[in-house]
Design a protein around this ligand. Structure first.
Ligand SMILES: [Zn+2]
Length: 163
């Protein structure tokens, strides 16, 4: 038993190196560690770590609190990414809908024609994001007033009328 303990102690001490600077430790793992004023920090948790023992650093990187924080940051970044691409996709869907309403209005096509099966098939097959064009009732309820307001503002700007 005594032998075992001594062995362990020696092993631990060999991992500690007083002559290694915090800067060097930080340089070995630049994604997670950084050095400030001679003190080693975990960039993810923003806590100081004793840099002389490699095992202390390893233990921190394996600790629950560190892994939890790391997981939080990872999922935050992926949420941001999917939100950004999601909003771009939504914008192009809204664009095809509002442009369709504009075209109908200008060409005197009743919005009800959007429900025509042949036209819907054409949208799906040949129009990019055409599947996003909803039934006429939803077009009127959700989009028509927006398009109408936008057009009215444009007309007002063009003609210089203020009413
Ligand atoms: Zn950490």
């Amino acid at each position: 038993m005594d032998k075992f303990l001594t062995k362990n102690k020696v092993k631990d001490r060999s991992k500690c190196a007083v002559n290694v600077s915090a800067k060097n430790r930080a340089r070995s793992m630049p994604q997670v560690l950084h050095e400030d004023d001679g003190i080693l920090f975990c960039s993810i948790c923003n806590v100081s770590i004793d840099h002389t023992c490699k095992s202390t650093i390893d233990n921190h990187l394996k600790s629950k609190s560190h892994l939890k924080r790391k997981h939080e940051i990872d999922s935050e970044q992926s949420t941001k990414k999917s939100l950004a691409s999601g909003s771009a996709a939504k914008q192009s869907r809204v664009e095809v809908i509002t442009d369709w309403i504009k075209a109908c209005t200008v060409a005197d096509i009743p919005l009800e024609k959007s429900d025509n099966p042949a036209l819907r098939e054409f949208f799906h097959k040949h129009v990019k994001n055409g599947g996003a064009i909803p039934q006429s009732s939803q077009l009127r309820d959700s989009y028509f007033s927006d398009v109408y307001e936008n057009e009215r503002t444009l007309v007002k700007q063009k003609t210089g009328h203020h009413c």
